[in-house]
Ligand binder design. Structure first.
Ligand code: IMP
Ligand code: MG
Length: 183
């Protein structure tokens, strides 16, 4: 396939094939845990969009989909620590069992804020599914209920993850060349 993004990738961490296999396992695990709970998936935009599309189809259970958008990044590679909801939920979550779908759990600022927020809004339970986990950078005591892969302390893109809104359509998970964001 032609690509003018590949030149900016330092190395591939997880291939399309590896992701596909892991997402299938995660879908099955979700089924086993939630199929009898009428869960609602809450995708964290925009990073969740590729992962969530595959995950919900890997878990063939009756469920609903909802989205929320937050921002804590200002086009850089580090979290500012301040989380803002830029697109709120459009439905009532009172008493619902939520499955929050996130691309990566990094400092933990976003998900610890979101989890608290969703519980305040009346959710019965909030479980966290993240494609990637970067535990070395955690600032908050927050854990994923299901995590796809662990990644080292490097800036990664692809399969929904961006740098300044680009590279989300790279089909695998790769480390971005530091010269791309140090320019
Ligand atoms: P946290 O609040 O620091 O846990 O960051 C969560 C958000 O930061 C994720 O949803 C991503 O959008 C973004 N993020 C953190 N690390 C990376 C990375 O290595 N690549 C791309 N986005 C990242
Ligand atoms: Mg994100």
């Amino acid at each position: 396939m032609k690509s003018n993004m590949e030149q900016d990738i330092l190395r591939v961490l997880y291939t399309e094939e590896q992701i596909k296999q892991r997402v299938a396992e995660m879908g099955e695990e979700l089924y086993d845990r939630f199929a009898d709970k009428n869960p609602m998936f809450v995708g964290v935009l925009s990073g969740c969009f590729v992962f969530m599309a595959d995950l919900v189809r890997a878990s063939q259970m009756k469920s609903e989909l909802e989205f929320i958008a937050v921002s804590s990044y200002k086009n850089g590679t580090k979290s500012t620590g301040v989380v803002q909801i830029t697109r709120d939920l459009q439905c009532d979550i009172t008493g619902r069992n939520l499955i929050v779908v996130e691309d990566i759990l990094d400092s933990g600022n976003t998900l610890s804020y979101l989890k608290e927020y969703l519980l305040t809004r009346g959710a019965a339970s909030v479980s966290i599914v993240t494609l990637l986990d970067k535990p070395s950078r955690r600032q908050k005591a927050i854990y994923a209920d299901i995590a796809g892969f662990e990644v080292p302390d490097e800036f990664v893109v692809g399969y929904g993850l961006d740098y300044a809104q680009q590279y989300r359509n790279v089909p695998y998970i790769g480390v971005l060349k530091p010269e791309v964001y140090n320019k």
